[in-house]
Structures are given as structure tokens and as C-alpha cells.
Design a protein around this ligand. Sequence first.
Ligand code: GLC
Length: 743
Amino acid sequence: MKRTKIVLLSLLAVLACSPQAGTSVGSCPDVEARVDEILSRMTLAEKIGQMNQVSAGGDVAHYADALRKGQVGSILNEVDPDKINAFQRIAVEESRLGIPLLVGRDVIHGFHTVFPIPLGLAATFDTALVCRGARVAALEASAQGVRWTFSPMLDIARDPRWGRIAEGSGEDPFLGARMAEAMVRGYQGSVPDSTSIAACIKHFVGYGAAEGGRDYNSTFLTERELRNVYSPPFEAAVKAGALTLMTSFNDNDGVPSTGNRFILKDILRDEWGFDGLVVTDWNSMGEMIPHGFGTDRKDVAEKAANAGVDMDMMTFGFLSHLEELVKSGAVKEKTIDSAVRNILRVKMLLGLFEQPYVDPAAAKAVQYAPEHLAAARQSAEESAILLKNNGVLPLREGLRILVTGPLADAPHDQLGTWCFDGEKEHTITPLRALEARYPGQIRFEPGLKYSRQRRDRFDEVTAAARQADVVLAFVGEESILSGEAHSVADLNLKGSQSELLAALKACGKPVVAVVMAGRPLTVERDLAHCDAMLYSFHPGTMGGPALAGLLSGDVNPSGKTPVTFLRTVGQVPLYYNHHMTGRPYNGETLLDDIDLEAGQTSLGNTSYYLDYGAYPLFPFGYGLSYTSFAYSGAALDKETYGTDDTVRVRFTLSNTGSREGTEVVQLYVRDLVGSVTRPVKELKAFRRETLKAGESRTVEISLPVSELAFYGLDMVKKVEPGEFRLWVAGDSASGEPLSFKVQ
Ligand code: GLC
């Protein structure tokens, strides 16, 4: 592909991500007529074949017969363009109806160019950038024939033990919803063209509330919690035009999502008007048998079809039993027709009937394009969160720098979880980037080879530390320690990493810890052994240059925590938008201050832990900068609003430091009294503001009163009149409240 075309596509990427851009793949006007025409010619067996998805990596011949018979509607896990063309050619040219395949892949945070893990992307609070990253993923994946990604993952996660917290946007519904919209826009683009890939919003619904943080475990969310907390990102993504949705593995209140008609029909279709494709998760239909929700594959196929599932990923329940179920009347043929319409509609909106094939030669030129790497680097820069800095950062010039730690030169682990198509050969590690940034000043002593390694002596690395002016210790998690099925019960740094930090600190030189992880770890004890801590989650292909830029001060950190950082795992679950309780914690006495023979009722009369209290290590929305910001003069335009009004808050934001920086301004609201108890704070707006040193700016944020609606006692979504508080601040624990009324 000529360079000009790459630049043009990248320009399109920017256009697709501008706030004014359309938010979905435009629908072809005649698509319904064309779908009905094809449907009218399909046999029942051919209809059912469209509802069958197969993981078909590699062996085209193995599936050729099924493709010719029209028994496969979609394949996943093939990314070689020549093989995808071969699969498509059989489906299109050798089957009776020539319906193209929908080729899916987990393109979760980039295809070949790997971006920070989604939790890191959320830390940017930069929806335009996140949209651009999704667009880059779409450009690279679609060029190879992948036209469906099983992303974005929208599961609200309040338990860092859960490995899949890495894949989502953290604990907040509002942030999650904005990130969802950004990724749907990025993946699908604003018009159906050959670079659009269908988004797949997952895992519907409540999967992140797995009991005990153990993946696949049961959830027990009330309908109100589902509607007020766990489903807003999905609803936002549907409104943004997401073309597909995936059901979740968990059973909620006893009903597995893949057989849950209430969520898949009543909410998703009837309330939200979703007309896309619903696919199961991998064999989640079949897993309803061990769940104890179905007796055999025929039973669970019936339950999934009647609940509203359109496509079966890897149970083969539809292929094996739907024809018999239709003939017996257990499943109506109109149910099948509806599912097939949803599938054909997506294929048509993507233009697959017109152009099912790709140009393998052109595909190569798109991968790792400079514009793509630049977007990945910026994403890694903005996703890093400065948690502590006693002044050692940014690094002064001319220092002798020791680089150490198991993540300093770990090209595979730096990419993080869910990057099937990331290639570690393309990763630029912090060590390589720092050697380029500080030629002749870097010494490397790993100290530990991998994050789980245990050692009881660190002689080489401490000797090296004593000869250095500053130590940069890259610690965290190997990528395998987060992601699907990778939950942990202990959130501390694994192996002897904490001991390494302590040994380095004992050498008397400044220590900077850089943490690459798939979750917020409990780093309180490590903070005591470092002078600065930069938390970069897993930063992806360009993590090295990004971190070198941040550590050197070429780039000023701006990331904010998208999830609460705990003091200890025993505090789980602890999140900012919790309810007040009747005895809210007020910073009461902790273990070491309790008197001997203290009277039974002398303390502990609030909701907290005697040993760790109930405040986090770092709150949601927290992050430092190399400069400082001040908020002043906040005021509302009115004292009382009607439900159709808009609240306007105006304040002065000042850069009170010595260098330019970007602040993520956050607006929180509290509804003091409701027909049901309400969160102590809820994020309702955020915005990145870049100010020069010494600059002050008047910022105005508008909040429609309608955004304060919630599902109350009567389970009707509405704004309830009453008293409210509003904060504008740099994190969820700061700022002074303004008051207003809604009548
Ligand atoms: C996995 C995951 C899901 C993924 C699918 C296909 O089990 O739960 O997120 O998209 O299978 O790989």
C-alpha cells in the first residue's frame, strides 16, 4: 500500500475519532431488503449454519466440507491473510448461497502494534486517543482479513484479585461508558469501509463481580445494581452503534447470561433496541451444563436460542440440535430467522458481500506504520500514573543510572495480557529506550530474571547501585499473571521484588520504581523503599520510549487511577462510588492506637477495619504531575434546577508549577437522599486541560440534570428532586463541595 494511502487512512482514523464523528457504521439503506431476500432462499440447515462459529486457526482443508455445506457462519483465530482468503473463497465460491464468513479475533488492545492494556488506556482519561488506538487496531487487523474484534470489554471491576480487571476500564460506570463509545467508534469507524471491524461489547453482564474475584465465579447482583452500575457502559456502546455483543460466563442470581432472556431480550433488545449480533462466549452455551442450568447440549441449545443468542462459539449446540428443536416446536423458526437476520446484517454493514477478500501484500505495509507506533507511544505516555515523587523525577542530566528489575527488559511481558498478535521482537523495552536516551550513562543489572523469582541475596545489583547516582527499578507482573482465568489472592509484588526494592534503597541512592502490571497491586510497603513510583500497567510495544520520555521529563505524566488502589487485599472490595452506610468511616482509631483493655463500645462504631481502616492507598482518579494544579472560584450558575435544566459549573484552573502539564479535571456529584441509598460520589464528567507554567484558565463544564437519573425504588430510571453536592477536582477524594437543588 502506498505511503500516501497509509497516511490517508491514518487521517481518516483521526476524523473517525473526532468528537463530531458519527458513532457507528452507517447502515446501508437497502440492507434489510437484501437480508430478507437472502433469508428467503435459505434452507433451515443453511440458516443454522450461519449461527455456528468455529475456531479455525490454520487448517483450511479440515473445514472445507463444512464451509461448502454452509455449516459455518464465522471463524475465529485465523489471522493469516492468505488463509483467510482461502476460507472465504470456499464459503463464497463453493457454497450454494455464497455467504461470506465473519472473521473474528481478540484484538483487545491493538493487533500487531500493541497499546497499553485497556486498564492503562482508561488511565489516560483521553477518549480521543483511545479511539485513535482502536482505529489503528482496526486498520491493522482488517488489512489481514479480520473484520470482527471481541472488544471492547466493558466489565466494571471492583476486585483487583480478578485477572480480567486488566481488560476493562476499571470501577467507574461513567468512565467505562465513555471508553466504550470511543472504542466502538474507533473499531467501526464512521462509515462502513474495508477498514471497519465490528466491535463486540463484552461480557454481558456483571462478569466483573465474580464472587471472591475468582474468574468464571457466580455473581449475585440485584437488578438495580445491574442497571445503575454494570450495564451503563453496554447501553452507551449500543447507542454508539456497536454491531455485536458477547454473553458472559457467569450466572447472575442463578441464571447464566447465555440463557438469560431478561438481559438478552427484555433489556438488550426491547429496552435498548439493539439490532446487532449476540454471540456466546467460548462454549458458554455448553458450560450451562456444569452450571446446572441445563441437562445436555440439546437442552442448553434450546435455552440459549430462546433467550436470544444468535451465534454459538464452540459448543456446536446449534449445529447439532437446532434443526430437531425447530421441528419439535421447542424453538420457533422465526427465532432462527431473527438470529440469521442479525448475522447477515452485520456482514452486509461491513461490506463483506461486496469485498470478502484482502490483499496480503498490502496488509504488510499497514502493520507497525509509524503513525501507529506514535499513537501507541502517546497512549503509553498518557496511561502512566505518577503515584509518588519526592523530587527525584524528572531525572537530571548527566547521572549514572542503574536500570534493574525483571520488567526492565521483558519484551514479552511488557505487552500484557490478550495480545495474541503482538510480536515481542517489535517491543522497545525501557532498557533499550533508556540506553538511547542516555548514551553511556546506563548500567543494567536485572537483579531478578522474572517477577516470580525468589532470591535471598542481591550482591551484584546492590554493588552496582552503590556506584550509581540513581536507580530505576522496573517491577510488576509477568503478563501471564493477569487476564482470563488468572486471578490472585495476594496483591503484593510477587517473588522477591519487594526485597529487591528494599535492598536497593538500603544502598542510600534514590530509587525510582516503575510498575508494569495488569492490575492495581498493593504497593504500600514498596512505596517506603522508593523515592518515586510510576505505575504504567503493561504499556505495550512502545512502553520503553514512553517511559524514557516520562522519566527524563521530556513528557509530563498525566495518568489518573481508573480503579482504587488498596492498602491490602483484605480491603476488597473498596471503591470510590460506594454507598454511605448508616455509620460511615471517619478516619477512626486504628490498631496501634487502641488503649489496653479498651471498653467494648469505645471504638469501631463505624464501617472500617481496625487494622487497615477504610481509606485506600490511592483513590480513584488520582495521579501526580511534574507540575501542580490549583482549583479556585468554583461556582454554579444557579442554586436550583429543573429536571430539564443543565448545571453549569465554572472555576479557575491554575498551573502553579514550573512546567507545562495536563490535568484531568473531574466532576463528581452526590445525590444526598433518594428513594434508595445513593453513592457518596459519582463521576459525571472529565476533561484533559493542558496549561503552561503559571497559566490560569476559566473552565466551564455543563452537566444536564438528566444525567443524574438512576433506577430508584420503583425501578424506573428518573431524576429524583432533592439536594445535591458537586465537586470539581483532580481526584475523587479532593475538592470542596458546591450545593444545588433539583426540584
Ligand atoms: C474467551 C474470553 C472472551 C474471548 C473469547 C474468544 O474465553 O472469555 O473474552 O473473546 O474466549 O477468544
